[in-house]
Write a new protein. Structure first.
Length: 257
């Protein structure tokens, strides 16, 4: 019989596997005629699913974080809240890792063509980033000097720089003049990745705090550290939600088109 953590991991893997299967369907459908709406429909659906499962669980992580920081609860209750945070935080991270690939394919199917080198990068980014995200979640330690965690941080900075460089290239060549909303969405995505980097730096003590609470070693110093970490990360959490909501609004309204 699966343990609770094993069942949660299985559900997460099934969800991610379903996304990957749908992405493979998009790739197969997009090899057909451009007039075929199947690939567009599938991609748009996956784009919306990724948004919902990015924002919703991310808010859930914050809510459970407030319980973890609540010193009025027992140490066992707070440790359970920390474990739940750990279990669901992989969902928004996985969605973020696939969003740029799905968004790029969606824009291509909508008639916004990309150079061949960009499409190679767009298709390759999602699987590579998702793989790294899963490795960090299931294999990395809480040590900030863990090689996987360092690689993940460097990769995210590379994503930010690449998105900004791609936007700069598109603006210089006038390729996205007819779709200014898409330029804004890309900049918002880069901002959200940056906010995530800042959040993770500020929340690094939380995982060790959960371990201490599970061992019954919580004290007032640990409470202060957890509350301070969450307080410093809160501004970036709220900023990322606002940026995601703004990106969704731009995608629906498409101003300037």
């Amino acid at each position: 019989m699966l343990t609770d953590s094993g069942a949660r991991s299985m559900r997460i893997r099934l969800m991610i596997g379903g996304m990957a299967f749908l992405l493979a369907g998009i790739a197969a459908a997009s090899t057909g005629e451009p007039s075929d709406s199947l690939a567009l429909t599938l991609t748009l659906f996956l784009h919306q699913v990724l948004f919902v499962f990015w924002l919703g669980p991310d808010i859930g992580v914050y809510m459970w974080g407030t319980k973890l920081a609540n010193s009025e609860l027992s140490q066992a209750q707070r440790a359970a809240a920390g474990r739940i945070m750990r279990s669901i935080e992989i969902i928004p991270r996985a969605c973020m890792s696939l969003m740029l690939t799905v968004g790029g394919v969606l824009s291509e199917l909508m008639g916004i063509t990309h150079p061949a080198w960009q499409m190679v990068g767009i298709w390759g980014l999602g699987p590579v980033w998702l793989t790294l995200t899963l490795l960090v979640h299931f294999k990395a330690t809480s040590n900030p000097d863990d090689p996987l965690r360092k690689l993940d941080g460097l990769f995210r900075w590379l994503v930010v720089a690449t998105v900004l460089g791609s936007v700069g290239f598109s603006l210089a060549t006038g390729r996205l003049e007819s779709v200014p909303w898409l330029t804004a969405k890309l900049l918002l995505f880069a901002a959200v990745v940056y906010f995530g980097i800042m959040m993770r730096r500020r929340l690094s003590p939380v995982q060790d705090a959960v371990v201490a609470l599970e061992k019954g070693e919580g004290d007032s110093a640990l409470d202060t550290e957890v509350q301070h970490s969450l307080s410093r990360a809160r501004i970036f959490m709220f900023a990322s939600w606002l940026a995601l909501a703004a990106a969704a609004f731009l995608g629906v309204v498409q101003p300037g088109s």
